[in-house]
Structure formats: structure tokens, C-alpha cells
Ligand binder design. Structure first.
Ligand code: FMN
Length: 208
């Protein structure tokens, strides 16, 4: 009788260990699948299958940020907010003076924080406000940070009172010589309420 109960206890223990093992293996499988699904979701949101996209933007009063977020949403891209170490003045007149001085000195304002690693990205949406017909000088600092843009595609987008892209494209091309450039999107402040639609048709033109 005692022998029988010992056998039964032993059997029970084996069954319990077995159940625990199976549960453990399944949990591992589920978490593995979850991780892969998260990656797959990002990739399938990314409208192009030939490479990942990132939206990198600078903004002073928020207009370019709104466009950046619309692009991010429609493309399913990652997003990075470029910021200078020195904060810019909020007053328009003071900002005008700072921007003029930076352009005249060909300044390279320092950027705050760690810049993104662009290694895994094929498409870089680069956004900024137009200042005195050009890109903010900090955009040049950003481009100069990377040794090469070989094989990468830059899609510039801007917001401005009326200048569109201004002369910023010439400047960008000088600082990212090996990049491929797509025609940019320039949204003027009076058209900001049409951002979603403007972004949509620009993306479609660029096969996104
Ligand atoms: C210093 C400075 C210079 C500007 N220069 C121009 C310009 O040359 N042409 C233009 O159309 N708008 C110009 N603007 C207007 C901004 O480009 C426009 O309001 C833009 O939408 C601001 O974007 P943000 O909110 O992302 O900073 C200038 C604004 C500032 C602050």
C-alpha cells in the first residue's frame, strides 16, 4: 500500500514538472511572438518596404512640429526633435537678430542631446522653419554631424510665411553631398490647416 502511494506521489510530481515545463516553453513562445509582432507592426506601418523612415525636425513656434507629426503618422516613421543647446528667444524681433547673426557668422549652433543613429534608416524626412529665406543654421550642424549620407534619401519639408523652401535646398545639398534628394514640401503658414491633405499628396508623389 505504502509502495503504491509512493509511486502515485512520484507520478504526480512528474506530471506537475511536465505541466510547468510546457507552460514555461509556451510563455517563451508567446513573448517571442509578441516581440516580433511589435517589430512587424512598425514595419508594416512604414509605407515603403525598401527601408525604414525617420522624421527629424526643428521648430521654433510649433508649425513645423505639426507637419512633422502628420508625416510621422501617415508614414509610420520614427520621429526625432532636433533642439539647440542654447534656447532661442521667444520674441520674433530678437529671434530675427539671432538668426541673422548666425547666418552672417556661418555659425554651427550646438545641438542638445544624443543625435539619432541613422544607420537603419533609408528615408530621412528633414523639417525646419524658413529663417531669412534659409534653413536654420542648426540644420547644417545636424547634417555635418554624420560622415556620410551615401545611399540615403532626404525628403525636406518646411513651414514659412511665404518663402516655401526658400534657398534651403542648395544649403542642404552642400552639407549632405552624397544624399539623394526628393523634391521638398513647403507649407506656408496660411495653409497649415490643410497639412494632412498636403502631406498626403506629397507622400503619394514620393511613393509613400
Ligand atoms: C527669425 C525668423 C525668420 C523668418 N524668415 C522667414 C522668411 O525668410 N520667409 C518666410 O516666408 N517666413 C519667415 N519666417 C516665418 C517662419 O518661417 C514661419 O512662421 C514658420 O512657420 C515657423 O515655423 P515653426 O513654428 O516651426 O518655428 C521667419 C520666422 C523667424 C522667427
Amino acid at each position: 500500500m505504502r509502495k503504491l502511494s509512493l509511486i502515485l506521489i512520484g507520478l504526480g510530481a512528474v506530471i506537475i514538472v511536465g505541466i510547468l515545463l510546457i507552460t514555461h516553453i509556451n510563455t517563451e513562445k508567446i513573448s517571442g511572438t509578441t516581440t516580433n509582432q511589435a517589430v512587424a507592426t512598425t514595419q508594416s506601418n512604414n509605407k515603403r518596404s525598401d527601408g525604414k523612415s525617420i522624421v527629424i525636425y526643428m521648430t521654433h513656434t510649433g508649425n513645423t512640429e505639426a507637419v512633422a507629426k502628420a508625416i510621422q503618422k501617415q508614414v509610420g516613421a520614427d520621429i526625432y526633435h532636433l533642439q539647440t543647446k542654447e534656447k532661442y528667444p521667444t520674441s520674433y524681433q530678437k529671434m530675427l537678430k539671432v538668426a541673422r547673426s548666425e547666418q552672417n557668422r556661418n555659425a554651427q549652433p550646438q545641438l542638445a542631446g544624443k543625435l539619432p543613429n541613422l544607420k537603419g534608416y533609408q528615408y530621412i524626412f528633414l523639417g525646419y522653419p524658413i529663417w531669412l529665406d534659409k534653413n536654420p543654421m542648426a540644420i547644417n550642424t545636424f547634417l555635418n554631424h554624420y560622415p556620410s549620407f551615401k545611399g540615403k534619401t532626404i525628403l525636406p519639408f518646411t513651414t514659412s510665411g511665404s518663402s516655401g523652401l526658400g534657398s534651403s535646398l542648395t544649403e542642404l545639398k552642400q552639407h549632405a553631398k552624397q544624399a539623394n534628394f526628393r523634391s521638398g514640401l513647403g507649407i506656408t503658414d496660411d495653409k497649415l490647416s490643410d497639412t494632412t491633405q498636403l502631406v498626403k499628396s506629397w507622400l503619394a508623389k514620393n511613393q509613400f
